[in-house]
Design a protein around this ligand. Structure first.
Ligand code: PEP
Ligand code: MG
Length: 601
């Protein structure tokens, strides 16, 4: 009988990032569950206690540095959280307890720290008081900080994964995903996540095939086992056979053929077949992506997700580092617009280094502009960096998670203050830097007439707009079927936003994943979106798709879809309405309509 390791198995998940790849599985388990339990020899106990004390010292230094960098007064919530963490790290009773346990149990410091903190968290979480329960998050945070130091040499981060590996994990958080790259990671398989969680977005923008929401992937796949990730169909094949390998080769060939078909279209201006202009810009996460995007044909940057500058592990980027990053992208694009989205931390993008407290509902919590307006010491340097980098005249500022006119006004005040200060310091600034609003919260849609009168442009963030409008967590694989861009509620929200924007004379872009997907992009253009922003790898393909269909056809289809009562009806209208367009191929996948474009098929 064949052993489990040699036996072909098929696991199913969501087709998150296209492409197929074969490689060895690299099982990535989060630090908390990776903590080893090891006996310590009697003559090593003193050294183990020293390691524990060193980790305490490093953690305290880190926190002090953070507090200094935040330059916050004692009434600031961020500063208060860090002060509370420092108190835990200075708690004599706790330190004595852990030291005594290392001695008595002769166990390694990391294991004792993990167990001691776990017991404290459980106790606090069992208390009736909400206030006490909130403290459990602080204890977990401090524990994580200590473990990072205690496990430093022993645990490879994703940045050290052997090249060509396929990472298999329960979930990847954005700060871990930053190291994703075609040269390093060949593919991604996760147990959690959805089509618009940030791991998916990053995998797509790096061209790394990914299948997510695979139940029990960590249990079903062994470290080092050969797996095939089919990101087109949401399938993972463990121990693939010769037929599977043959199909993978065909898929690679197909990707190459489509690449050849769109090659040469990079430098065209985005437009429909009958000449209706729809500039195709790029979504980027790092300053160095700017050059790649330009080469890929991007007509500017529609979304620079700046939070990744804060999540790359290099500490908080100050004004200078940010200015350098924004200036670099602005210069690459010369005249084409470059849209810098201000910090959108929160949700699934945590920055533990900023001491953000853990929240019960982070997606409904202190996220995006809400966080920034509460943290002017963090926000002002970003605003100053953007204004300074805007001297070439092509930068725009885009605000995430806006839900009220008041938030836009408060930001404008901050921009005015930064402008005054910078001019007084002798900087030359353009007369005006456009300030735009992301439309990604239902309140922003409903207030889009008022917002349009005060904003310089809109950008629809469909990833969040879908999550918040349909009340479907974009990171929850169990309800991923409910997350559908074709829901008429979403189409109506987009139609209303575009109508209000155009009535006020401002442009509306779209920068969520819907902009680069079929059929999503066709509906967006049909609904009147003025520009699309997609991952750099999708720019040429998006231009080729738009160039093959009339604007009037798209408008007609969009109008009919607005009348539909459900996503299934929208899917039907689209498949029937586009049936004679041979380049579009539609199928139902994971309960939703998915399309691919292949004019040769
Ligand atoms: C969106 O919500 O659609 C968006 C573009 O922003 P993010 O995915 O970073 O939340
Ligand atoms: Mg968003």
């Amino acid at each position: 009988m064949k052993s489990r390791r040699e036996k072909r198995r098929v696991l199913r998940g969501l087709a998150a990032s296209p492409g197929q790849v074969i490689g060895p599985a690299y099982l990535h388990v989060s630090r908390e569950t990776q903590v080893p339990s090891q006996r310590v020899a009697p003559d090593e106990i003193a050294a183990e206690i020293r390691r524990f004390r060193d980790s305490l010292r490093k953690a305290r230094e880190e926190i002090r540095e953070l507090r200094e960098r935040l330059e916050q007064g004692s009434d600031d919530p961020g500063d208060q959280i860090l002060a509370a963490h420092l108190m835990i790290l200075q708690d004599r009773e706790l330190i004595r307890e852990i030291t005594a346990a290392i001695k008595a149990e002769r166990m390694n410091a990391a294991d004792v720290v993990r167990r001691t903190f776990l017991a404290k968290t459980h106790y606090i979480e069992s208390l009736p008081s909400e206030v006490f329960r909130g403290r459990a998050a602080d204890i977990r945070d401090v524990q994580r900080r200590l473990l990072v130091h205690l496990l430093e040499e022993k645990h490879a981060s994703l940045a050290q994964v052997p090249e060509g590996s396929i990472v298999v994990a329960r979930e990847l958080v954005p700060s871990e995903t930053v190291s994703l790259g075609p040269g390093r990671l060949a593919g991604v398989v996760t147990e959690q996540g959805t089509l618009t969680s940030h791991v998916t977005i990053l995998a797509r923008s790096r061209g790394v095939p990914a299948v997510i929401g695979v139940d029990d992937a960590l249990a079903d796949i062994s470290h080092g086992e050969t797996i095939l990730v089919d990101g087109d169909h949401g399938v993972v094949i463990v121990a693939p056979n010769d037929d599977d390998i043959g199909h993978q080769r065909e898929s690679i060939e197909r990707v190459r053929r489509i690449g050849a078909l769109v090659a040469g279209r990079e430098q065209e201006a985005g437009a429909t077949q009958d000449g209706h202009p729809v500039p195709v810009r790029a979504n980027i996460e790092r300053p160095e992506d700017g050059a790649t995007a330009l080469q890929a044909g991007a007509e500017g940057v529609g979304l620079f997700r700046t939070e990744f500058l804060f999540l790359d592990g290099g500490g908080l980027p100050g004004e200078e580092r940010q200015w350098e990053a924004y200036r670099q992208v602005a210069e690459v694009f010369a005249a084409a617009p470059v849209t810098i989205r201000t910090l959108d931390l929160g949700g699934d993008k945590h920055a533990s280094l900023m001491g953000i407290a853990r929240e019960e509902n982070p997606f409904l919590g202190l996220r995006g502009i809400r966080f920034c307006l509460e943290q002017p010491d963090l926000f002002l340097p970003q605003v100053r960096a953007i204004l300074r980098a805007a001297s070439g005249g092509n930068l725009r500022m885009l605000l995430p998670m806006v839900g009220s006119v008041a938030q836009l006004r408060a930001t404008r005040e901050l921009v005015a203050r930064a402008t005054r200060e910078l001019r007084a310091e002798g900087h030359t600034l353009p007369a005006q830097v456009p300030v735009g609003v992301m439309i990604e919260v239902p309140a922003a849609v409903l207030m889009s007439d008022a917002l349009a009168r005060e904003a310089d442009f809109f950008s629809i963030g469909s990833n969040d707009l879908i999550q918040y409008s349909l009340a479907v967590d974009r990171g929850n694989a169990r309800i991923a079927r409910l997350y559908d861009a074709l829901d008429p509620a979403i189409l109506r929200a987009i139609e209303m936003t575009v109508r209000h924007a155009h009535a006020a004379g401002i442009r509306v872009g779209s920068c969520g994943e819907m902009s680069g997907e079929l059929p999503g992009m066709l509906l967006l253009v049909g609904l009147g979106i003025d520009e699309l922003s997609v991952a750099p790898v999708l720019v040429a393909r998006t231009k080729a798709i738009l160039g093959g269909i009339d604007f009037a056809t798209l408008q007609r289809l969009a109008r009919r879809c607005l009348e539909a009562v459900g996503a299934d009806e929208v899917a039907q209208v689209l498949t029937e309405g586009l049936a004679h367009h041979r380049q579009f191929h539609f199928e139902q996948l994971d309960g939703r309509l998915r399309g691919h474009w292949d004019p040769d098929d």
